[in-house]
Design a protein around this ligand. Structure first.
Ligand code: UDP
Ligand code: MN
Length: 256
């Protein structure tokens, strides 16, 4: 059977949240064998997300972890705790059944692919076909990111040899969160690999994570040797609610 794709999506409450999740669900519903791990940045799971997932038609797991207030500042990486909660859930699901003399490294894990899917990006269906064949860590271009039309891994003779980027070219892996996938085997056999807060500079989340599990030479280029954009780092405009407090108020309460 097809390897399962686990899409880990951090999400937080804001006026556009349900619209973002709706767009994502409309994509994911069309992807075979996709398991959506939605991790709310909240102290408690919200009714909105719970109800949404129940009716989404996508196989989903609903988790939550609140980002500590000190990390909610501009310039700091977002959703570190939520992505780690997704990883922790996966590792818990596939906790080794220790039989005599078997180390975790020798365990046979089911085939699967883990992908970090922010709630505001735009994903083509073709992207999931590409990432499905990930052996260890695969990479591909991302559109509308890094102050350019796209960023991409530069590929020569089937190997990644550098990065086409307009921003911080010194990053060991100059790639956005949406630009790579990791096999479940790698996630489970490197249980300490996590996203880091401490010492992590802006834009270094991806590099700090990837250097724990792979080397540039090992990366598997997808999307025709990284020549096609199949995912876009779109960002949603902040909604204008300037008239929200103006009278008259509606007489019923509507979830938006
Ligand atoms: N996010 C979150 N808590 C926050 C801010 C963002 O969980 O306080 C999530 C957000 O829903 C998205 C991901 O983290 O899935 C990345 O955030 P955003 O899209 O704002 O980052 P950017 O596009 O600027 O990289
Ligand atoms: Mn975003």
């Amino acid at each position: 059977s097809l390897p399962i794709i686990y899409a880990i999506t951090p999400t937080y409450s804001r006026p556009v949240q349900k619209a973002e999740l709706t767009r994502l669900a409309n994509t994911f519903r069309q992807v075979p064998r996709l398991h959506w791990i939605v991790v709310e940045d909240s102290a408690q799971p919200t009714d909105l997300v719970r109800r949404f997932l129940a009716g989404s038609g996508v196989r989903a797991t609903h988790l939550h972890v609140l980002t500590p207030r000190r990390y909610k500042r501009s310039g700091l990486p977002r959703a570190t705790e939520q992505r780690n909660a997704g990883l922790a859930w996966l590792r818990q699901q596939y906790k080794p059944q220790r039989s005599a003399g078997q180390s975790p490294a020798q365990q046979e894990y089911p085939s699967g692919v883990v992908f970090f899917a922010d709630d505001d990006n735009t994903y083509s269906l073709e992207l999931f076909q590409e990432m499905r064949t990930t052996q260890k860590v695969s990479v591909w271009p991302v559109g509308l990111v890094g102050g350019r039309r796209y960023e991409r891994p530069v590929v020569e003779n089937g190997k990644v040899v550098g990065w086409y980027t307009g921003w911080r070219a010194d990053r060991p892996f100059a790639i956005d969160m949406a630009g790579f996938a990791v096999s479940l085997q790698v996630i489970l056999s490197s249980p300490k690999a996590v996203f880091k807060r401490r010492g992590s500079q802006p834009g270094m989340q991806e590099s700090d994570f990837l250097k724990q599990i792979t080397k540039v030479e090992e990366l598997e280029p997808k999307a025709d040797n990284c020549t096609k954009v199949l995912v876009w780092h779109t960002r949603t405009e902040k909604v204008n609610l300037a008239n929200e407090s103006k009278h008259p108020q509606d007489t019923i309460k509507i979830e938006v």
